[in-house]
Design a protein around this ligand. Sequence first.
Ligand code: BGC
Ligand code: ZN
Length: 367
Amino acid sequence: MKAVAVTPGQPESVHLADLPKPSVTDMPDGRGVLVRVLKVGVDATDREINEAKYGAPPPGYQFLVLGHESFGVVEEVGPAVRHVKPGDYVTATVRRPGGSIYDQIGTSDMTSEETYYERGINLLHGFLTEYYVDDAEFIVRMPDGLKHLHVLAEPMSCATKAVQQAYEVQRRLRVWRPQIAYVMGAGQIGLLTTLVLRLRGLEVYTLARGEPPSLKAELVEAMGAHYISTKQVPLDELPGRVGKADLIIDATGSSAVAFGSMQLLGHNGVLVWTSVTGGRQHVEVPSDKVNLDWVLGNKLLLGSVNANREHFEMGIKDMALGEVTYPGVIERILTTPVDGLESYEQMMRALVDDQSALKVYVNVADG
Ligand code: BGC
Ligand code: ZN
């Protein structure tokens, strides 16, 4: 069967590869789930893997099959599988366990090991192919009523985790009632994070470079948040205008913005970094000032990567709530479909060049 792959270490190597069709019996103990892939989303991670910034093939392979944002339909299950059946729509988590205690309790997103295993990213083939098989543990059911949001389940899980982690660590305060949040960046993670925070009742300011009108600005406003163009409002003026943030989530892909955000956070606040930055940017920071503010303000910096099964399930619930709260808004993120695995070049071009694309995804099969 066909698969879209890269040769890690070799820039611009995206190509079509061939793999044998997997079978449920590839998984031990009757726990296999065979999924027919319907759609796969791609993002900056896939672009950077194709630029050879990171990414590794599975042992014994020269190539790595791309794709970590999956949506498909169950074709067959092993005898020990209970929670899904043939015909169900599903997505799959991305990380697979290593050896640490966190891996063993179902939280491989929190592995304490240096090596991490991610389908389509590091050491494991991804989902940009016709079928895949995985252990039931990693297959997450999507309700039929959310099938139109398909590949957003994975980015949503990352947004949900970032917010959930912030609330989790803020238990240090015994009482935390955040009111103002800044979301840095209005790409897919920025927009989905905006949604999660709006659903929790926060006043949200979502910042991006572009000046309105734009689709990004429209979506932000449609979720009852405020879109701020950093061309119109310099970052350092924002706290003075709207109040300091109790919570900031950075999803810009720019480490300069991630560090810059440290100067915008209010007392007792938490700043969450979610961007995977594969480049080599260096920035100067007023470190004495930031250090002083952070100590005197009991502020917290938190990194958040990936998501486990629980975050997928929470994210799917938030998508359902999002659908009834802001009907028809979430699907507008799904801007840029590409038809068929053969269109991998068009897919990469859309990722690299199409500034108006919020979400590029491949229609792999009908269903
Ligand atoms: C993926 C995450 C992954 C991260 C780091 C992101 O694009 O959505 O699941 O953990 O990249 O590889
Ligand atoms: Zn991703």
